[in-house]
Design a protein around this ligand. Sequence first.
Ligand SMILES: *[C@@H]1O[C@H](CO)[C@@H](O)[C@H](O)[C@H]1NC(C)=O
Ligand SMILES: *[C@@H]1O[C@H](CO)[C@@H](O)[C@H](O)[C@H]1NC(C)=O
Ligand SMILES: *[C@@H]1O[C@H](CO)[C@@H](O)[C@H](O)[C@H]1NC(C)=O
Ligand SMILES: *[C@@H]1O[C@H](CO)[C@@H](O)[C@H](O)[C@H]1NC(C)=O
Length: 679
Amino acid sequence: MALLRRDSLGTGQLLRLVLLHTAWEVGSGQVRYSLPEESKHGTFVGRLAQDLGLEVSELVSRMFRMVSKGRGDYFEVNLQSGVLFVNSPVDREEGCGQSPLCAIDLEVIVDKPVRIFHVEVEIQDINDNAPVFLVQEQNLGISESRLSGSRFPLEGASDADIGTNSLLTYKLSSNEYFTLDVQVKNDHSRLVELVLMKPLDREETPEHRLLFTATDGGKPELTGTVQLVITVLDANDNAPVFNQSVYEVTVLENTANGTLVITLNATDLDEGINKDISYSFSNLLPPSVRKLFSIDPDTGEIRLKGEVDYEVKTLYEIRVEVRDKSPFPSAGHCNVLVEILDINDNAPELAVTSLSLPVPEDAPPGTVVALISVSDRDSGDNGKVTCSIPPDLPFQLVSTFKNYHSLVLAEAVDRERVSEYKILVTARDEGAPSLSASSSILVPIADVNDNAPAFPQPVYTVFVKENNRPGAHLLSVSASDPDLRENAFVSYSVVERSVGEQQPVSSYISVHSESGHIYGLQPFDYEELQVLQFQVSARDAGFPSLCGNVTVQLFVLDENDNAPAVSAPGSGRGSPGPELVPLSAGAGHVVGKVRAVDADSGYNAWLRYEVQEARAAGPFRVGVYSGEISTTRALEESDGPSQRLVILVKDHGEPALSATATGSLSLVERPQAGDRVRK
Ligand SMILES: *[C@@H]1O[C@H](CO)[C@@H](O)[C@H](O)[C@H]1NC(C)=O
Ligand SMILES: *[C@@H]1O[C@H](CO)[C@@H](O)[C@H](O)[C@H]1NC(C)=O
Ligand SMILES: *[C@@H]1O[C@H](CO)[C@@H](O)[C@H](O)[C@H]1NC(C)=O
Ligand SMILES: *[C@@H]1O[C@H](CO)[C@@H](O)[C@H](O)[C@H]1NC(C)=O
């Protein structure tokens, strides 16, 4: 038995087969059966004996046998029934491949008589083969830059069956990017192409996995599938992008060189060099900013490389660019806002802008002495400045507006007490720690004639002996004036008034206007003037001038310049008239009295009396202090009718001055009424 392939048959055989077919139909002994491939063992094929015109009962006796070319075990005949059945299943594809006709030739031989029959079993195709792909997975790389409509050929499937069983249709699992286009070529083979319907995006879906299915035309149909793995190849279709469009960061001023300000973060969704990025400052960045900041092209770190000063600039806007490293790079941008925070790095500054000096000591409280302006380059509390001066000064600071202060007089000042003030003005800001500055203002106080000349004592008392030499220096007065210069230049004068009988004081004394020496102009006469009281005025040269007075009490001291004067009635020469003394007068009888006066005073006027010639005094004596003339004993006739007494009157001055009085005494029998001792 042999499997016949149509394509292996010669033209003669083809004809023969056609003939056999015809013979079978007319019962010529040629038999042809048809059987689906893969029929199982025992499957009935045909009543072979009957169909060949043989008696079933004779089969054994006629030595019925069946041979096939090559292996003969596909079919067997049951010798009892003459039925041809399947011994082992036939695979059409194994025997005939893709040939459209496939048949197995059998030869049946019987003896008595010998006859040979040709039996042909046509093996019919059944759809027992699914479409098969060569590989389990088909890999494709497609650039994301490919346009829609692009075509990519696919490896189709094969099906071992024939006819419609091997007629393949293809389909793709559902997706939005790809579709299939199948074209039938001249040789009936199919060209399967993948068609891009819309551009791919690697960054969105880097790989597409699709099920590529081939379905044959059998009934039931069989399918084969293969996994299509489409890798999307990168194109530089993404610009690098910062994760923020604006970065805000704060940096303290004076932060150290090299300090990290911020790390930028940009990413590029592409791959490879399309993804590798490099940071840089925008070309438009002004050099003044460029010299303060640096950027690391690889890490995106922005660092300080100079000194940032809040007082110079408080906000930097840095435009940063990032590019990928593709030959045709794309770029992204961002803004970095660097806000500089103030720290208290500036001390306040203090300036005395105007001064009205010196300050007259009579300036009223509130007088502006100086204008002070303060400033601080810092801001906020760091720039808030308070100004102060030490307490216990007659000044105060008044804030005029914002940063201006006036130093004003708070209370009256007195140059004579404090002639100048050194005022330390301190400006302090409110930073932590705070900074301060100070400035010292020297405020001199100008003199005003506010002090009258003053004498050290309210009264000068001086004692001057009478009969002083005219022009003698009697005393000096001196007044002091604490003011300055002309305000303290004192001149003296006597305050005029009249003394006694219209005599002006200035006729007695004169005051030297500069020295204050007081001179006597004429001798004083104690007996005329005991006390001269006058006032000396001291006047300064200020404008208006002030003056002070002092009282001078000048006591004239007595000198013994007057001799005692004995008074006699009428005469005035000191010689008393005769006294009548009765002879009967006993001892101690007062017979008269010497009357004397002394114009001086005190000792100079204290008189004593004595009898000048005691021998000649007889029985009379004179009282030393009283001047009374009295008898020492009873009178006698022998004492004579009259007696003359010379009495010396002496004062106690040094030297003493004296005068004499002569008394005449007449001794009489009986004194007459009215007689008495006369002076
Ligand atoms: C950059 O930012 C992204 C998201 O904002 C983050 O996932 C990534 O870790 C950041 N890169 C760096 C270096 O910080
Ligand atoms: C951007 O990246 C930086 C650095 O990695 C990170 O600190 C920041 O939070 C990110 N910003 C956003 C909005 O993700
Ligand atoms: C900051 O440091 C860098 C590197 O050390 C140096 O080149 C630069 O001159 C420094 N800048 C200043 C202002 O000190
Ligand atoms: C000084 O005396 C004069 C004349 O008596 C008088 O006008 C003046 O007020 C006195 N001055 C003082 C300070 O007492």
